[in-house]
Design a binder for this molecule. Structure first.
Ligand SMILES: Cc1ncc(COP(=O)(O)O)c(C=O)c1O
Length: 337
């Protein structure tokens, strides 16, 4: 069905790994603003425009805001975006370059008290009718989250009989969308949740076999996956149990190592959150949950351009050169040897 709002999001490529036969990467980085959030924003803004709204307020760890800012610019809507004070530079720049009003709030997301209070105020503001509230989670925007479900349908079309899908988890909405849709269309495919060990809301509950999500003190440095309380984690947990997938907790170091592997061995320019699924895949292989050559998909959810600091370390490992006409031949000789 054609949406009111669209900029060509979705239908992203699925490329095979150069190292692990059977493993594929779903390149959500190729969406218009560089992350899967475009699927959510296109669906949510379509809904808001149908309601006659032209102003929205949003919370974002970065990618929802970047996407919202881009689509609002195109559809002449206005938006104010509340972000944590250390959202990555690339994402903040995207928001402001598109003309969004960005409001930085210290301790937003990291402190449960600050976060709860801010959400309550935002809901109060949105309830006054001044603006639509945009948060990429089923709890706040179930209509928009329907747009994310297309990821599962595309994977089924692109890779026949796919056995495993690995999904990074922050708030849990992305996982809930993909897993729920997969269970509806191809239940034999297992959708696994990968969460940073430094923010293990879903993971703790899954490991302990309990139904409630307990807030945690987040220590992860993986932007986008630091959501230390229950937004959609409870929903994601129920969906995970129904679908029969597994949960994996991965260290920040494992995520950064996976990001480096994507850069250096797969040619994929991903932000850290976009590499978390691969860190989960490595763990699943070690544990024998995924066998050699078994078909699997890792979602690469966000572009490396969004978080330049995170790719700096990998970039520094490769020397740069300066040359002039006098020594160019010698330099070329050296670098091509
Ligand atoms: C790149 C990226 N991957 C994954 C996620 C996780 O999505 P969710 O919070 O719905 O679990 C986010 C959320 O901001 C993200 O920006």
């Amino acid at each position: 069905m054609d949406q009111l709002v669209s900029m060509g999001e979705g239908n992203t490529p699925l490329v095979e790994s150069t190292r692990f036969p059977g493993l594929h990467f779903k390149l959500e980085t190729t969406n218009p603003s560089g992350s899967y959030k475009d699927r959510f924003i296109a669906a949510e803004l379509s809904r808001l425009l149908l309601e006659g709204r032209r102003v929205c307020v949003a919370t974002s760890s970065g990618n929802t805001g970047s996407s919202l800012a881009a689509y609002c610019a195109r559809y002449r809507m206005r938006c104010a975006i509340l972000v944590n004070s250390d959202a990555p530079a690339g994402k903040l720049m995207q928001m402001q370059a598109h003309g969004a009003k960005v409001i930085r709030i210290p301790q937003f997301v990291t402190s449960p008290e600050v976060t709860e209070r801010v959400f309550a105020l935002l809901e109060q503001f949105a309830a006054s009718g001044r603006a639509g509230l945009v948060v990429s989670a089923f709890r706040y925007c179930p209509g928009g989250m329907q747009g994310v479900k297309a990821i599962a349908r595309e994977i089924v079309e692109q890779l026949e009989g796919v056995r495993h899908v690995f999904v990074p988890v922050g708030g849990g909405g992305l996982f809930a969308a993909v897993s729920d849709e997969m269970q509806a269309i191809q239940p034999e495919t297992l959708v696994h949740a990968v969460q940073p060990a430094g923010c293990p809301t879903l993971w703790n509950a899954w490991r302990d076999g309990v139904d409630t999500i307990t807030p945690v003190e987040s220590t992860t440095r993986v932007s986008g996956l630091s959501v230390p309380f229950d937004i959609d984690a409870g929903l994601a947990l129920r969906t995970l149990r129904q679908g029969g997938g597994q949960a994996f907790a991965v260290s920040d170091e494992a995520v950064f190592a996976a990001q480096r592997d994507l850069l250096r061995m797969e040619g994929v320019y991903s932000e850290p959150a976009g590499a978390a699924a691969l860190a989960g895949y490595y763990q699943a292989r070690e544990k024998g949950i995924v066998r050699d050559r078994e078909s699997a998909v890792c979602l690469v959810t966000g572009h490396g351009f969004k978080d330049p600091v995170s790719v700096e370390a990998a970039a520094r490992e490769t020397a740069g050169y300066t040359a002039d006409a006098g020594n160019l031949m010698a330099v070329l000789d050296e670098v091509t040897r």
